[in-house]
Design a binder for this molecule. Structure first.
Ligand code: G
Ligand code: G
Ligand code: MN
Ligand code: NA
Length: 253
């Protein structure tokens, strides 16, 4: 209840902000995109993790206004980077299960793009396999509308849920993000390398983009490269950082 009461006022008190984590091509070293990650800094509670406050936002309905703010802020930031002359990149925004279930997601996304002037091709939404599988017909209809607009869809934490390959083919998904649990020991655990090899092959045959999450050390990166997976996110390149710091990473890239 304490956290809920504070969260109700978080937006009007400017306590929410977004950090951005680069997505990098290990061959060129270039930043291809960024993932927006919400942060909440409350004077009494301190820094609260999204793993704590997003579920509260979902239970209380606050996710409607907070999710809308996250989308708009990420789109506005990306548009601003473009206006500053930084080569265009994709910004990815995490969508919660409750946001995805609602009937107004497409409208909310349209409104954010219109309000900020960001072209749809520079926005990607990250959803999870389980969100697709709960109401497949609903999911398919939403994803088709978003794809028709030109907005990209990424499957986050890929490999930890249970999407059937038939569904993967049916949904207009652009990008698979290999969950970091498979990357963590990829250089020492042959079974993890085998899983990643299978996902690489799946992505190739279905013409999907691929990102490895949670790359922290050089050995993981080398192993991913040997498996022909060249795009990654992780502390090895950069943790999620404030927009200003992210802009300087983008300018250097
Ligand atoms: O960045 P961090 O490791 O603290 O994120 C923890 C979890 O919170 C991750 O699973 C991430 O997807 C989720 N998360 C971070 N920002 C957002 C957001 O803006 N919206 C939603 N729905 N989830 C987020
Ligand atoms: O569920 P999702 O993939 O959206 O979660 C993203 C979360 O992963 C963010 O909270 C981010 O801080 C975290 N993250 C990003 N890179 C790394 C990494 O290299 N190692 C670890 N342990 N976490 C990471
Ligand atoms: Mn994510
Ligand atoms: Na993930």
């Amino acid at each position: 209840l304490l956290i809920e009461n504070h969260l109700r006022r978080a937006l009007s008190r400017n306590e929410l902000l977004l950090h951005y984590q680069p997505k990098v091509d290990s061959r060129s070293g270039r930043v291809l995109g960024v993932e927006a990650l919400a942060r909440w800094e409350n004077p009494e509670l301190g820094l609260v993790s999204p793993t704590r406050f997003i579920p509260v936002a979902e239970e209380t309905g606050l996710i409607e206004s907070i999710g809308d703010w996250i989308l708009r802020t990420a789109c506005a930031q990306n548009k601003q980077w473009q206006d500053e002359g930084i080569p265009p990149i994709v910004v990815a925004v995490n969508i919660s299960a409750t946001q995805f279930r609602r009937n107004d997601l497409v409208r909310t996304v349209c409104a954010a793009l219109e309000a900020t002037g960001l072209a749809p091709q520079w926005l990607e939404l990250e959803i999870t396999e389980s969100m697709l599988m709960q109401r497949p017909e609903h999911a398919e209809a939403i994803l088709r509308q978003l794809a028709a607009m030109g907005v990209g869809i990424a499957l986050d934490d890929f490999g930890t849920g249970y999407s059937s390959l038939a569904y993967l083919k049916r949904f207009p998904v652009r990008n698979l993000k290999i969950d970091r649990s498979f990357v963590q020991e990829i250089h020492t655990a042959p079974s993890d390398a085998a899983i990643v090899r299978a996902v690489v092959s799946l992505a190739k045959s279905m013409d999907l983009d691929l990102v490895a999450e949670g790359v922290e050390v050089r050995e993981q990166l080398d192993c991913l490269a040997s498996l022909d997976c060249h795009v990654y996110q992780g502390y090895y390149f950069s943790k999620p950082v404030p927009a200003a710091l992210c802009a300087s990473l983008l300018r250097q890239s």
